[in-house]
Every structure is written in C-alpha cells, then in structure tokens.
Design a protein around this ligand. Sequence first.
Ligand SMILES: Cc1cc2nc3c(=O)[nH]c(=O)nc-3n(C[C@H](O)[C@H](O)[C@H](O)COP(=O)(O)OP(=O)(O)OC[C@H]3O[C@@H](n4cnc5c(N)ncnc54)[C@H](O)[C@@H]3O)c2cc1C
Length: 395
Amino acid sequence: MKYDVAIIGGGLAGIVSALKLKEFGYSPLVIDASLPQAEGSIGGFVKFSGAKFSLPPAGLGLLDVAGSEKELYTAISEVETFFELDLSSSFESHDVNKEMDSLRKYQSVVLEKEEINTLVNHLDGMLKSKNIPVVQGECVEIKNDRELFDVKIRSDDGDVVESAKTIFFAGGRRNNSLIKSLGVKATKGKGIDVGVRVEFFSLEDLKKLRSLGPDAKIIKDRCRTFCLNSPGEVYYYDYNGVSIPGGVVASCNVERANFGILLRLDAKAEVLNRIVSYYHDIQPCLIENGVTVESGFLGRAEPLLKELYGKSSVSKLKDFADFLMSKGLVDWSKPHIIHMPLIDWHWDTFSVKGSFKTSISDVYCLGDVSGHARGLLQAAVSGVLASREFKNGRS
Ligand SMILES: Cc1cc2nc3c(=O)[nH]c(=O)nc-3n(C[C@H](O)[C@H](O)[C@H](O)COP(=O)(O)OP(=O)(O)OC[C@H]3O[C@@H](n4cnc5c(N)ncnc54)[C@H](O)[C@@H]3O)c2cc1C
C-alpha cells in the first residue's frame, strides 16, 4: 500500500505526528523498533525518562518553527488534548534572582510510573481507534529512486517494504545512519554538552536547589545545571558503545537525589571522538557504579574526566561547582557519586533552521533528531508542528 507519510520512530514525536496527520486527512504509517527495554511497547524513551513534561522556557528552540509564542502554546494545548493531561496549572515561568547569572524556574509536570503506562496505553488505543497502522520492526533501508520512498522494515516475520510519498524521521537519539544514507545533511546543531550526573544519598542534600523550583536551571557562562528531577534512579543508555547516565527515571521509592552539571562545547565531532576513543580504557566498574566521592566535587573521577573532556573543560565544570557551593545550593562536603560521561546533544540533528524539513525534499525530521529542542513535551509538540508544516506545504 502507498502511504502519504511513513513515520520512522514511535516515540512521542512520531505518535503525535501520526495522530495529527490523520486528523488532517492524510494516511500515515508508523514504524517503530521499540527500544530494547520497552519490550515491544511504543513511546520511545517515555517509559525510561524522568517523565517530566517541561513547559516554556524549556523548548523555546521550537519558537522559530512555531512562528510565535501563541502558536507554540496552541500546539502545547493540542498535545494536552491528545494526552488527556492537564498542564495548564503550570503555565508560569519566571526569571528570578538577578545575582546569579541566570536562574530559570521551569514549570513541569512529573508523572508517576503508572500514569506513564496509562498514557502509553491511551496513545496506543488512539492509534488503533483511528486505524493508523503501526509496524513493529527496524527500518533498515530507505530508497527514493522513484516518486516514492521504499522503506524496508525488518521484523520478526521477515522483511517487508512499504511505500510512502514523504518520510517523517522521528528516530530520536539513536544512531542515525539510516537517515544519513539517504543523503540528508546533518546540521551544525547546538554543539555538545559534557559533564557529570551527581547523585547524593539523601533527598535532603538537594533540598536547596529544589527549593528554587521543581526543575530550576542555573546557567552561568556555558555551564548549567541539568535535569534536577528527584527522587529517581540514574538511567544509563547506550550511544555507539558509550553508556551514558543520561537521565533520571522518576520513582517515589528512591531516597537518593541527583542532578546533572553540563558545559556546552562547540567542537562536537572532535569532542565526541575523544570521548568514544578514551571511554573503552575506563574500568567498567567506574562507569557502571560511578565514582564515590567523600568530600570535594570530583574526587577520583577528575583524572578520568580530564581524559574524556580535556583539562580546560573540567576546570570550567569545577568553577561552576564552586559557584553553586558559594551560593549555598550544593554542599560538596557531603558524600556523593559522580556518574559519567554525562553528555547531551551527542546525536546528529537534521532539520533546517525554522523548519522540520531537511536538505532532501519530502524528508522531515522531528523530535530529538530535529535539533530544535529535546524533551518529552517538545517531541510531542514537534509532532503537531511538523504535521502542520507538511499540510501547509501541500495546500
Ligand atoms: C534517561 C532519560 C531520561 C529523560 N528524562 C526526560 C524527562 O524527564 N523529561 C523530558 O522532557 N525529557 C527527558 N528525556 C529526553 C526525552 O526522553 C526525549 O527528548 C524524547 O523521548 C524524544 O522523543 P522522540 O520521539 O524524538 O524520540 P524517542 O523517544 O527516542 O523515540 C524514538 C523511537 O524511534 C525508534 N527508532 C529509532 N530508529 C528506528 C528505526 N530505524 N526503525 C524503527 N524505529 C526506530 C526507537 O526505537 C524509539 O522507539 C530523557 C531522556 C533519557 C534518555
């Protein structure tokens, strides 16, 4: 069968775009390999994330594509409707406390594990009730030698090929060689973030930082706090053989608290190469369990991090840690664990500025892989905006 749009990736970006395209009268097909831990479930990272839906100023990278703040909020409320979630009570954000370089309170809604399962089941049910086909399998090849794209999908039942006029690639942060093989050019993106995830043994230890807001972000020079979202367990995921302590999986049963510290660097390819090549020399136990530090910021992790990120980057991270301590927000004399390498924006991104289109016509990229914004709500919102852009381009 020929579809209007083959959506590769059934995370929140892919699912929402499928619902929206169907609403506009198009025929979408969703192809999802399901992440290994998801055991066949759609939703991408949603089940293994902090389940935190962060509102603007998070995701303002989507403003350019949305056209205006009003349009962005309209798309957010469309996501609310699809998700049957009420985010409205959180629609406030403030810049406060001028004595810090920038302190932003992100309003966010954190869902419990059960609520996330309900959401995923609800979205699954919506796809079914709207007769949107979902093929479970890995898309391994795309050919566009005719007017259509032929998409080869590898599933337990063997290979199948489906045809579509347009590709929506919503494959998230996994290896994106598939989209590159089509000739789509990667964009410069935002650079790469490098740092550490710091886990304290008690929720009390991060009380001061959290008192600034459920997801307070302190930004100083090119450093920032990242993903303050406790309680929860540190979740490692694989990227090209590197195990990244990328986020927190929210859990009320966990007594520990953690947050990330990141530094933005421009030379993405160079930094990533350095991390990947040195990574394999690190003792596996240090990566799996992190490095316990009794007092001070990095302890035994410092020499390893210097190899991974370079001396000057580590020095900037240390200055930022001192700054947090000087403001009374974190006490480095308390024992903690350093998880590494925490990296963000490490994947390739492909959407051109102000659009979800890519360098190849009829190929769109949305969600994390667009490069405009990362995050759960942002992925879902990109599904709305990309479908609207597609429709406007056709009318
Ligand atoms: C541990 C962790 C915690 C996080 N916590 C939060 C949080 O609390 N709040 C927040 O806002 N963000 C969080 N994030 C980020 C958030 O999870 C992502 O921004 C979001 O999931 C992106 O959605 P997406 O739809 O773009 O991609 P994904 O959720 O990554 O989904 C992509 C899907 O595409 C599939 N796929 C990829 N390639 C193919 C292919 N070739 N063929 C078929 N299927 C394919 C994948 O298997 C996957 O199912 C977290 C991320 C991690 C890793």
